[in-house]
Write a protein of this length. Sequence first.
Length: 322
Amino acid sequence: MPTVAITDYTFKDLEVERNILEPLGFEVKHGQCKTKDALIEIVRDVDAVITQFAPVNAEVIDAMNRAKVIVRYGIGVDNVDLQAAAKRGIPVCNVPDYCIDEVADHTLAFILATTRQVVPNSLHIQSGKWGLATDLTQMRKLRDQVVGVVGFGRIGREVVGRLKAFHADVQVFDPVVDASVIKAAGGRAVSLNELLSTSDIVTLHCPSTAETKKLLRAETIAKMKPGVIVINLARGDLIDTASMIDALQSGKWGGAALDVFDPEPLPADSPLRNMPNVIVASHIASASVPAVRKLRETVARHAVAALTGQPLTSVVNGVKVS
């Protein structure tokens, strides 16, 4: 009987996945694997691996005796060693059309909340006070803002479309997208240096790669406009956490709205939890009932395709499957 291992998950149960896999004769093994040893144990003799946040590194992949596919719950695949999987001839699949609207909507919610000071003013009233909770200069309208969008994939494009409805001046950095495509979508293609030095708001929508990790660090933060607002719903390690805290405490950054962190979960003693100019959320931007169901159904079907000889879609590590 072919076996599918689910290394970890954040759902109440695995009913959605089981309803697809088990009627076809597949056994489902599952765990909440956090350590290398636990991961090796669960993936060693299975035919397909589905993973969410577990670190599926080279050592774990080398322990896979017969896996025909590794599938990630989500768009990003930074917890999977793609090169190690490719070396073993194991395709890695993701769900590239997952939560596009949800994350784009959440991005605009964060941008509006920070520019209109929604949270401080709500807390001000709830504490029994009245009137404006912050300095008037912190109340901004998007029509006056230059918004820099880093990354012009599916989510970045949806964010740009939403921003144009607010008449913001939108500029985009993405080195692999032609400037004419960005222009047609309503943005303006610029270099990273120009984006950082001229944007009033910077929102990150790029994957975590060797090139983008710590994209915002002391060196690049120094190039940013004083009072800039930074939005991150992509990956926590795009920003150097210590440098971000320094920028927020010094006033270099006017504010931040964050759904992802490095490390994650956000430590209980992190200053980010108590800064009045920071909005924090617990990696929830992707959440909606339709999005989560689609995610779970898609990963299960990727596993079915790999184990029944059907064509695989969304292979992200270049492995060709005959």
